[in-house]
Design a protein around this ligand. Structure first.
Ligand SMILES: Cc1ncc(C[n+]2csc(CCOP(=O)(O)OP(=O)(O)O)c2C)c(N)n1
Ligand SMILES: [Mg+2]
Length: 327
């Protein structure tokens, strides 16, 4: 992890990775602020600290691939083409949101036209759906790949192991991105597994696993590109364990007082966006003016999305049964 310096991707890719991460953080911060102002509905989750994983992995997919992101993967929904407008409207429970007001956060948020499998609340249910999608690509002889995200806590459930085992046996074109953010709700890693690396769980099923610094976007992106290329070429599934930290509570209601302050401080110094900005400035890929321009573009895009969402209608209560039962 981080021992061998990677060759830098082309400058356009570097700027893309950076821009998407800034948009993700700006949108995430704004959503949290809306809730603190009492303008949100229900609960909401922050993916602060996960931007390099969601963006770095999401951008490794091709247009025809599918992905099953989770509740910390705002950046992945964005890079797949879900607009900030549709995302904020979904968060605020409006008719113009992705679930048309059925769910007021990231649960259920998906759009198969964009290759996004809707996020199922039961963890890690979306992962088994992605394995099924990957198997269907093989049956149809389509050179497509499915990517799934799973957390450290999710990796301790039975379904995680069943799905991973099936993917291995079927040599399914699956890329599994494990977001090891040290906590599952208030449970630290040490209280839910007796191993240091979740990658060992890949080995248990015959799935090669690599460990990357989840706060280094180029490391995540490079590992994801290799895993996607391998899966597409018929090489079977790969797990990528991304070590990171959940920088806020489990959800907006949770102040995470149980997380040691020093641990958060350690990871705050490794913030994926601050680190990458410094790197790009040092490489001369961007200058201070370029940084300000990206900040402003992202802030404007997010404000436009909030305006759009807040001026959208609420769903009609008479439509409550729509989408609940199969016809
Ligand atoms: C089957 C199931 N059990 C419990 C929950 C409640 N729950 C939601 S998120 C979560 C913790 C998940 O931890 P992890 O997989 O590490 O993801 P993180 O939230 O840390 O990103 C729990 C217990 C759930 N959604 N599904
Ligand atoms: Mg976790």
């Amino acid at each position: 992890m981080g021992d061998i310096p990677l060759p830098a991707p082309p400058p356009e890719t570097q700027l893309d990775l950076y821009r998407w991460m800034v948009l993700t953080r700006t949108l995430d911060d704004r959503i949290m602020a809306l809730w603190k102002q009492g303008r949100g509905v229900g609960g909401t989750f922050s993916g602060k600290g996960h931007e390099a994983i969601a963006v770095g992995a999401g951008l490794a997919l091709g247009a025809d691939d599918v992905v099953a992101p989770m509740h910390r993967d705002l950046g992945c929904y964005l890079v797949r083409g879900l607009t900030p407008e549709r995302i904020v409207a979904n968060q605020l429970g409006r008719i113009t949101g992705v679930t048309a007001g059925r769910d007021a956060n990231l649960h259920g948020m998906g759009d198969l036209e964009l290759g996004i499998i809707g996020f199922v609340s039961h963890l890690p249910q979306s992962m088994s759906t992605a394995v099924g999608a990957a198997m269907s690509f093989t049956y149809r002889g389509e050179p497509r790949v499915a990517m799934a995200f799973a957390g450290d806590g999710s990796s301790s459930t039975g379904l995680f192991h069943e799905a991973l085992n099936l993917a291995a046996v079927q040599r399914a074109p699956l890329v599994l991105v494990v977001e090891n953010n040290q906590y599952a709700y208030s449970t630290p890693l040490s209280q839910q597994m007796a191993i240091d690396d979740i990658a060992d769980r890949g080995a248990a099923h015959g799935v090669p696993a690599t460990i990357v610094d989840g706060n280094n976007v180029e490391e995540v992106h490079s590992a994801a590109l290799s895993a996607v290329a391998k899966a597409r070429a018929g090489g079977g599934p790969t797990m990528i364990e991304c070590k990171t930290m959940r920088m806020l509570g489990h959800a907006i209601h949770d102040g995470a007082e149980y997380v040691p302050a020093e641990l958060l401080e350690h990871w705050r110094r490794r913030d994926p966006i601050d680190r990458y900005r410094k790197r790009l400035l040092k490489r001369g890929v961007i200058d201070d003016e370029g940084v300000s321009t990206i900040d402003k573009e992202c802030a404007d895009a997010v404000e436009a999305a909030v305006e759009f969402a807040e001026s959208s209608e609420w769903p009609d209560p008479a439509s409550v049964e729509r989408g609940v039962y199969a016809p």
